[in-house]
Design a binder for this molecule. Structure first.
Ligand SMILES: [Zn+2]
Length: 748
């Protein structure tokens, strides 16, 4: 009663302050709970402290802290003690995973001239942590198979499938060759995979200065861009097949887990691969002859870009230590009260390739400040309805190891209890990025409206809207102006949300600010405290904003009277995916017909320049018509169910009955699970979500309704109708679930 009186007083005060606007509704809260929640959020928002985050970043990035390193373990122990000091019940959970580290690395040009690549990032006097060579992992690509190969060199642009079609038309084969690909255009692991599929025996990946070097600004330490000796490390495991420990697919890498042998692990590359700097790449590329590279392939080096093959011959040797290493996941918990068996989960990784101030510490320090703020509220007497779990993952960089192994170990509990997973990774100045499950789109729009953007002073929501109006596509501009909610993107892969969303069907969201800071230090020794405090969010105000977004999201999910999921935006988004698939099929059909016709007409033959000949592409199987009716019918069901749910939701919230809400919540947490299929995607059963998956040939990039989309893109027409039926089945199941919850809530 006292609380009620107090909140009445407070709401009168806030009305007085903003005389003409009532408190906007808060998704998931009964009218009588809104004010108490807003008061709590105001207290939480005031707590994240830029000075503390700066100090935490300096401490956590002081030394290299990759998987298996002493400082990785020390950081985990420090994070553990922080969580405990904030009042959380915390522990470290260990896993033993395959994590190869380099033993031998060699790249040399053996003909027509000789050159040995340095494979060394140099220490810079201005940058105090760049000289920690004894602890730095040398530049390499983790999960490259061991190998010692020599062959002619071929330049393959970004090394994606379309690039090989182009090479074939120019009569350039990579069979028996070592390819050199630029970073970018796809996730890096796709490059050796596609090269091996085309018969290459080795793969080099370099960062062209056009993409993140001097073409974009001054190079480090004078500016943020990649210097000539800077190298991007990174995993090349075939993550679109499954992420996590290559030896324990689908199960947790605990001490007693049954393990594959290294030779049996499907995700290790088929050919050796090594990343190099543009300093090291230039002499190799300059030694190529053969056809000129197409204009769009050329970079910013002062050379003539040619394709090869040869006469440059390259010798590549890679050998790793394939021992198991121990992961240290830090897991912290604040217990819930009335709905303790519903878990709200938040995570960011703590491991880095080297010092990793930006990736991942810029996100982690915000997460820690949220935890401190939530812990302070807890000490002051607040109790969340639902249990809150905060995680600091190890082993994200090599392949989402820490999150995947934890998710696989606790899969049954998570399927029963997980409400949602909220992830962050790197953070910079700029615009709030939100990607994730569309059942949370409306909810996350509400959060973005309530966090101020530190540079403009308007809400983070308003700032994203402004940018979309200014520079979006015509469609995006219209949406930004007229649609009630800003659209959020779908999640592919590339950070720790993937096991939650893709493997279990836990509704997930990734958050992070960005878009104003240029940089070319990704996964190099120069991603460190010096770089971050000179060229990124040096005032740590966007770290504070991220902590506010994360903290408020968690607080709302944990306290809500009725879980804040909504399904109208989901249905509407699925509709855009279906339309997109239909036009993709039609475009493909037209392209195929056009190419086959051009072949019949002999246009390739007649236009080929004898001095720079281009051969005709292969004839393609014409595209059949597809039957989209099952998807469209399922969509109709979901739209109907979603609007019934919105009516029921409005009734339930105004009636404010906790008993019906509690029953609804238990079913609502299964709503994302309903979108999964137990058999999973074709040839990659680890991925079970039928709406979102990383692309088999793009890696990080998302494929929406992936079964159907990839069947069309890859011309596997025989699969397309079956995939349409499978996707339709989960959407029908979602409609049934949503409709059932609407009835239970007492809606019409
Ligand atoms: Zn990261």
């Amino acid at each position: 009663m006292r609380t009620l009186l107090l909140s009445l007083v407070l709401s009168v005060t806030s009305l007085a302050l903003t005389p003409f606007t009532a408190d906007p509704p808060l998704r998931g809260f009964f009218a009588q709970s809104v004010q108490a929640e807003r008061d709590l959020e105001a207290r939480l928002k005031a707590m994240p402290d830029p000075a503390r985050m700066r100090a935490a970043m300096q401490r956590l990035s002081a030394r290299p802290h990759h998987v298996g390193s002493p400082y990785d373990k020390q950081n985990a122990e420090w994070i553990l003690s922080e969580f405990k000091s904030y009042g959380w019940d915390a522990h470290i959970e260990n896993f033993d995973v395959l994590f190869p580290t380099p033993v031998e690395r060699l790249v040399e040009l053996v003909a027509p001239t000789q050159f040995k690549a340095s494979l060394q990032e140099t220490a810079l006097p201005a940058d105090p942590t760049s000289n920690q060579q004894a602890e730095q992992l040398p530049s390499y690509n983790a999960y490259s198979v061991d190998g010692d190969v020599t062959g002619p060199l071929v330049f393959v642009n970004y090394g994606v499938p379309a690039d090989y079609e182009e090479l074939e038309q120019r009569g350039v084969s990579v069979k028996g060759a070592i390819v050199i690909a630029k970073y970018g255009g796809s996730w890096r692991g796709i490059k050796p995979k596609v090269a091996a599929e085309h018969g290459a025996i080795g793969c080099l990946i370099y960062s062209d200065p056009r993409d993140d070097g001097y073409a974009g600004g001054d190079v480090f330490p004078n500016g943020p861009m990649r210097p000539a000796q800077g190298v991007q490390r990174g995993s090349v495991a075939d993550m679109p097949v499954y992420p996590g420990d290559p030896l324990t697919p689908g199960v947790g890498a605990t001490k007693s887990a049954k393990r594959l042998s290294v030779a049996q692990a499907a995700t290790i590359t088929k050919i050796p691969v090594l990343p190099i700097s543009y300093g090291d790449a230039q002499p190799l590329l300059a030694a190529l002859s053969g056809p000129l590279a197409p204009p769009s392939w050329r970079g910013s080096l002062a050379i003539t870009y040619r394709l090869g093959a040869g006469p440059a011959r390259v010798h590549l040797r890679v050998k790793s230590d394939w021992s198991l290493k121990t992961l240290y996941d830090v897991i912290a918990r604040l217990p819930g009260t009335t709905e303790a068996d519903q878990w709200v989960i938040r995570g960011n990784h703590h491991d880095a390739w080297v010092n990793g101030a930006q990736d991942p510490i810029s996100g982690l320090v915000a997460e820690l400040e949220e935890a401190r703020a939530l812990g302070a509220l807890y000490k002051q007497g607040w109790r969340p309805k639902r249990t809150i779990i905060y995680a600091a993952w190890d082993g994200e960089e090599p392949g989402l190891l820490g999150s995947t192994e934890w998710v696989e170990t606790h899969a049954d509990e998570l399927k029963a209890h997980a409400v949602a997973y909220l992830n962050s990774d790197t953070n910079e100045r700029g615009y709030l990025g939100i990607d994730g499950s569309h059942s949370l789109e409306k909810f996350m729009n509400g959060v973005a409206m309530d966090v101020e953007d530190p540079e403009s002073g308007v809400s983070s929501w308003k700032r994203i809207q402004a940018r979309r109006i200014l520079s979006g596509s015509p469609e995006a501009r219209k949406d930004a102006r007229n649609r009630e909610d800003l659209r959020i993107g779908a999640l592919g892969s590339g950070s720790d949300y993937s096991p939650f969303l893709d493997h279990l069907g836990v509704a997930s969201v990734n958050i992070g600010y960005g878009g104003e800071d240029d940089g070319g230090i990704y996964h190099s020794i120069y991603d460190d405290f010096y770089w971050f405090t000179h060229f990124s969010d040096s005032a740590f105000v966007y770290e504070k904003a991220l902590a506010q977004v994360g903290g408020i999201s968690v607080l709302r999910l944990a306290n809500a009277d009725l879980l804040p999921f909504g399904f109208s935006n989901l249905a509407e988004t699925i509709e855009t995916y279906i339309k997109d698939l239909q036009s993709l099929r039609d475009r493909r059909a037209e392209q195929i017909a056009d190419r086959n016709r051009a072949l019949d007409e002999g246009v390739y033959k007649f236009t080929s320049d004898p001095r720079d000949p281009v051969t005709a592409p292969q004839r393609l199987q014409p595209a059949p018509q597809l039957n989209f009716a099952p998807l469209l019918n399922a969509l109709d069901s979901l739209k109907g169910a979603a609007s019934r749910y919105e009516r029921a939701y409005a009734t339930a919230v105004s009636a404010g009955r906790s008993s019906t809400a509690k029953a609804a919540d238990e079913r609502l947490i299964q709503a994302e699970r309903a979108l999964t299929s137990t058999e999973g995607l074709k040839n990659r059963p680890w991925y079970v979500h039928m709406l979102y998956a990383p692309g088999f040939y793009t890696g990080y990039g998302v494929k929406t309704i992936p079964g159907v989309r990839e069947a069309i893109e890859q011309g596997q027409w025989q699969d397309a109708d079956r995939e349409i039926a499978r996707a339709a089945a989960v959407i029908e199941r979602e409609a049934t679930l949503v409709s059932g919850v609407a009835s239970a809530l007492g809606g019409a």
